[in-house]
Design a protein around this ligand. Sequence first.
Ligand SMILES: [Zn+2]
Length: 248
Amino acid sequence: MKKVLWQEMRRTEVEQAAKWGGVVIIPVGSIEQHAEHLPLNTDINCCFSIAQRAAELIDDFPVIVAPPIWMGLSMRHMGHPGTISLRLHTFIDVLAEVATSIAAHGFKKLFFLNGHGGNAGIVNSMPVKLMNEDRSVPSCIAYTYWRLIDKELQSISEADYRIGHAGEIETSLQLFLQPDLVDKEKASWAPGALGDPAKGTYEKGQKLFEAAVNAVVTAIRNYHSGTLDEDITWRKEISADFHRWVPL
Ligand SMILES: [Zn+2]
């Protein structure tokens, strides 16, 4: 298997990938309570796993996955044990400084892949900040992974029909990605959950994961080839998140 993780590369390999016009995916997640049955790393594990698999599947140009940004904006979950949250401006600075460092090594295309609903508004606005305000990154786009598979999510789901929180969708993904960390006995609604964890299955998780990987591969290919209009993309994403976000 080819090397795709930034932190496992040598500096000469990074240099070469930048010269060949590589795309760098920056996974962004959270460490926060996910009811009583899912691990705290659910959000970052989902988007990091999707990013890693997508990068492995692209052979004709370099795709690297940056070290995951483990923590995000999780203030609303601080009432439950285990949650670790950054403050708004710390989070913005972390995203900007990671992206700026990567761009400084010659990468011209950065792809934020977010896995936590509470981060979406900020992650989706990073192209504006980095390209217009900071002028430090030549090009970047931002997606929240489940927005790329809305159709598949609707057809696979039997109960939730949206990402929710520790509900059917995330429980399914975790049963597929890290089953040893899921407490199946506790997979039912608890305070802090949104959706129906009992409807989560390994099979649904596998289908959702494969759909998300395929969608990310397509988005990266279109971004790399220049057929994806990054300006239109982030505009759509921002308005979708601002209008559809439902507080817990
Ligand atoms: Zn989550």
